[in-house]
Unconditional design. Structure first.
Length: 236
């Protein structure tokens, strides 16, 4: 009888979720149902899934499916992205080709969406066409601006059909948003190649923007990236 009571309590709380809102099982359990035996909680989710009351999106993630004339429909990539990035990028941000398209660096479109989020505990999580990478810090507009710049500088030579004119325009804009304190925090939390940091340092020096990036790489290091000098020339 106790198990039945617990199951009904779990179902009642899950019924408060609107269709296609992500349900993070671990988060739900800790915040609202920790007084229930954990095994009972997950067994209840399993039974609800079999009865189509909820839909398993990925490991530890569920949603209440949306009923349509075509049947039950689960969460789509837009809803997944919105959950992991937040309305104002407070919990995550887009990278990859979504970012490159944002600044007109290419017209190529990827079927896979990539983003950073501080809402996952594992290093990487894949939900259908969305790849989520762990980020161990809260975001702010200044951090988003810097990470976008680092992501593009670190990957521009891999972007298909790169629009060099738009890349130059992006760099000219992005470096003016640089904040050294923000850079120190970001580089302390995220791993970027020393060649990427060195390139950003050169660009900031060219624009006369003070920075302490040289402390993150050896001044005598030689980075074997042939196109690196080419991008530096864009700024001239």
């Amino acid at each position: 009888m106790i198990i039945v009571k617990y199951s009904k309590e779990i179902e009642k709380i899950i019924e408060t979720y609107t269709p296609n809102n992500l349900i993070v099982a671990r988060e739900l359990y800790i915040q609202k149902l920790s007084y229930i035996p954990e095994l009972t909680f997950y067994k209840t989710l399993e039974r609800m899934t079999k009865k189509n009351k909820i839909m398993r999106v990925s490991k530890g993630l569920y949603c209440v499916p949306k009923s349509t004339r075509f049947g039950e429909v689960g969460i789509n990539h837009k809803e997944t992205i919105n959950y992991f990035t937040g309305e104002n990028n407070e919990t995550g941000m887009m990278i990859g080709y979504f970012l490159y398209n944002k600044y007109g660096l290419t017209t190529q479109i990827s079927k896979t969406f990539e983003l950073y989020s501080n809402l996952i505990s594992e290093e990487r999580k894949v939900i259908n066409f969305v790849r989520i990478y762990k980020m161990n810090m809260e975001l702010s507009p200044a951090k988003v601006n810097l990470i976008e710049l680092l992501e593009i500088l670190g990957n521009y030579n891999k972007i298909e059909d790169l629009n060099e004119a738009n890349l130059k325009e992006f760099i000219s804009y992005a470096v003016t948003k640089y904040e050294n304190e923000v850079a120190e925090e970001v580089l302390g939390k995220m791993k970027y190649k020393k060649s990427t940091i060195a390139l950003l340092s050169k660009l900031l020096d060219y624009y006369g923007i003070q920075n302490s990036l040289k402390t993150h790489y050896s001044a005598i290091s030689t980075f074997k990236i042939p196109i690196m000098e080419g991008i530096y020339e864009f700024a001239r």
